[in-house]
Design a protein around this ligand. Structure first.
Ligand code: F6R
Length: 242
């Protein structure tokens, strides 16, 4: 595990974008795993800039997002599909047919989950998976006590996650309580993983992910077992590490 500690959110975003760009330069047909939430927004902005400057090309890239809320359609401005399109995909030359985000409107979530796993496998697996981290140590929407062996599946969101994510909604009661998420096993199958964190509210989760016992109670702790993982964290998120 490598830990790259930078000064602030801006530096974290630039470093993360450089790592994604390097992956794309080395392998133009990379399969990239993406996350949503506040943390990677700066990275997406940087990647757009790198693309506009002519340094990277998305034509051959395939993407898989970690998760999607159940019950929100692509057109819903709170859906992760909408987030990815509005914040990132519409600005780069990605082929939207190669963009994969779980379908939160699927009638049969189990079927959708299986199909998502198969699609990841048929594309050769994820080369680089980008992750954020919840205050409770969740990765994707794998909340504490999730089974490490889970593949893509339907999850029930924790009270704390619903509370944390309510900032994106008009009211807390509008936050979906269920989501479809890659499982821990799906994430651990990625060839490389990059976890991003910024701000002191993530410091405890970052400390736990790196130093505490590996346990489903702290889902991100499983990353200690991955052979190629890098944490890109700012000073505040790293403040409990020394
Ligand atoms: C998002 C995701 C979540 C977030 C996490 C942190 O696709 O899978 O695990 O990465 O909830 O969210 P932010 O970045 O908003 O603090």
């Amino acid at each position: 595990m490598r830990i790259i500690c930078v000064d602030d959110y801006d530096q974290m975003s630039k470093k993360a974008a450089n790592i994604v760009a390097s992956q794309m330069i080395l392998k133009p047909n990379s399969v990239l795993g993406f996350a949503t939430g506040s943390t990677p927004l700066g990275m997406y902005k940087q990647l757009i800039k790198t693309y506009e400057d002519g340094h990277i090309d998305f034509e051959e890239v395939t993407t898989f997002n970690l998760d999607e809320y159940c019950g929100l359609s692509k057109k819903n401005d709170k859906s992760y599909y909408y987030y990815m399109y509005e914040n990132f995909f519409r600005y780069v030359n990605i082929d939207m047919k190669k963009v994969n985000i779980p379908n939160g409107m699927a009638k049969d979530i189990n079927k959708e989950s299986l199909a998502y796993e198969r699609k990841i496998r048929s594309c050769g697996g994820i080369d680089l998976q980008v992750l954020g981290i919840g205050r409770n140590g969740h990765i994707g929407f794998n909340e504490p006590d999730i089974k490490f062996e889970a593949l893509t599946h339907m999850v029930k969101l924790d009270e704390q996650t619903i509370q944390d994510n309510s900032r994106f909604f008009d009211s807390i009661k509008d936050v979906p309580t269920k989501a479809i998420s890659m499982g821990i096993k799906t994430i651990m199958h990625a060839k490389k993983i990059m976890l991003l964190a910024s701000g002191k509210e993530k410091a405890e989760a970052i400390y736990g992910a790196i130093y505490r016992k590996i346990t489903p109670e702290l889902p991100a702790s499983v990353l200690q077992l991955h052979p190629d993982v890098v944490f890109v964290v700012d000073k505040e998120a790293a403040s409990k590490l020394d």
